[in-house]
Design a protein. Structure first.
Length: 159
């Protein structure tokens, strides 16, 4: 289905509004996000997981907490990349290779402090969805500074 990613992203943000408000996280969209022809349910699942994780792992010690969803300009390509960036607690470099594995949870010792829990399935589901969309996902992170996920998807399905 042809969809405006900006509209879809704003709908996801509305779904997560209470969660973000409770944690004092400003979730924003740097427009314009592209229009793509995509499996809407799968891409929405990707957005829900990545944005909710960014909210969950916000750093309560920082006076201003944010999540920003933005286009990554790549002229001349038949793919689009969207970044989901936060200034949360970050992911240790040693954990980056494992975060997309099923049941992997980095830093579970911080669950009580952050008020989080989970089975470690969210990012493996994200990776499976992105793969099914013929896309790619990568991550950059620094402990104490934040994390950015880059999700690349075709602008139209492969024939």
């Amino acid at each position: 289905q042809r969809v405006e990613l900006e509209t879809m992203t704003r709908d996801v943000i509305a779904q997560l509004h209470e969660m973000a408000e409770a944690r004092g996280v400003d979730v924003r969209v740097a427009a314009p996000l592209p229009a793509v022809t995509i499996d809407v349910a799968r891409f929405e699942l990707v957005l829900v997981n990545l944005i909710s994780n960014a909210i969950k792992y916000s750093d309560p010690k920082k006076p201003a907490r944010f999540v920003e969803i933005a286009p990554v300009p790549e002229p001349g390509r038949d793919k689009h990349t969207v970044s989901i960036r936060d200034n949360g607690i970050g992911i240790a470099e040693s954990d980056l290779r494992s975060i997309f594995s099923r049941f992997y949870r980095g830093r579970p010792e911080r669950d009580r402090e952050l008020g989080t829990s989970g089975l470690g399935l969210g990012l493996s589901i994200v990776a499976d969805c992105v793969d099914a969309l013929n896309g790619d996902i990568r991550v950059e992170s620094r402990l104490g500074e934040g994390t950015t996920f880059f999700v690349e998807v075709p602008s139209a399905p492969e024939k």
